[in-house]
Design a protein around this ligand. Sequence first.
Ligand SMILES: C[S@@+](CC[C@H](N)C(=O)[O-])C[C@H]1O[C@@H](n2cnc3c(N)ncnc32)[C@H](O)[C@@H]1O
Length: 287
Amino acid sequence: MSGFDFEWLNTRFAFDQQSLNGELMNKVVSDMNNLNSLIKIVDLGAGTGSGFFHLFPKFSLPQQWTFIEKDKNLLQPTEERLQEFCQRNNFKFNKIKNKKYEIISEDKFCAIEIVNQSIQNAVKNNLFLGNNLITAFALFDLFTKEELINFVQKISPLKIPLYFVLNFSAMEFFPSTENNEYYSKQYEGHMQREKQEGRSLGKEAVNWLPKLFKKQNWEVVSRKGKWQIDKNENKMMWNFKLNFMKNALEEMPLEKTKLKAWLEEKFNPNLEERIEVYHKDFYFKYF
Ligand SMILES: C[S@@+](CC[C@H](N)C(=O)[O-])C[C@H]1O[C@@H](n2cnc3c(N)ncnc32)[C@H](O)[C@@H]1O
């Protein structure tokens, strides 16, 4: 269990869609549509399949997707989300066998397999060979530096294009106040706290990713994107984000009265505020 609630993953979808850099995505889509064959994609840390939902409509060729996801609690919600998507769009949804599906319409075909295992095991099991694209949406800030180095060493020799997007780089409250800045920094620090598997990279992933691939002679294209969350207009997203912050900050050895007052302010609808969360999107190609 990774703790990624499907309601959270679904809520952030529209914000992710806005954040994704269109120019970079078009480049990836155009490269794939030029293959003139079945497009084979592996999505790392697929969650409930958001990566697929972002890209599937853009490709004009038949597709084959492999979702790699370690959290078994997301398997059923992912299947339901795929099914609901097909119903809404009048696509045929075939369950082939355990966690294998087909989506068919007049002009589209897609085979999907959900593989419930870690990315590290998927690398060991050679699940990437023969694919045309590896994607990861909002994943690498969760990796430790050692996991990332290991992953890049293993994936680099395969020379498969990589589209790694929605990598967290910073956050900012508007209006900007001393306390807003202080608690944002504390929260960013909490993301990078020491855990059983090591220290997550948090915002450092956006520095390490290009550095590691450039070292292996990859071409790196990067673009920026952001979530814009308004306290009153985007209540659900605001509450998710602020509750993540609240839970994290309350775990930390911070002065309680000051924190309580700040949190009250954040949940007070009479104070207009917004958060911007900045991301970096990458497209890596071997040349
Ligand atoms: C922030 S969520 C993003 C999910 C999805 N890509 C999206 O954009 O909605 C990160 C996902 O990666 C999965 N994950 C993290 N580390 C993983 C690993 N080492 N192997 C497989 N899945 C992993 C988590 O379980 C979680 O579902």
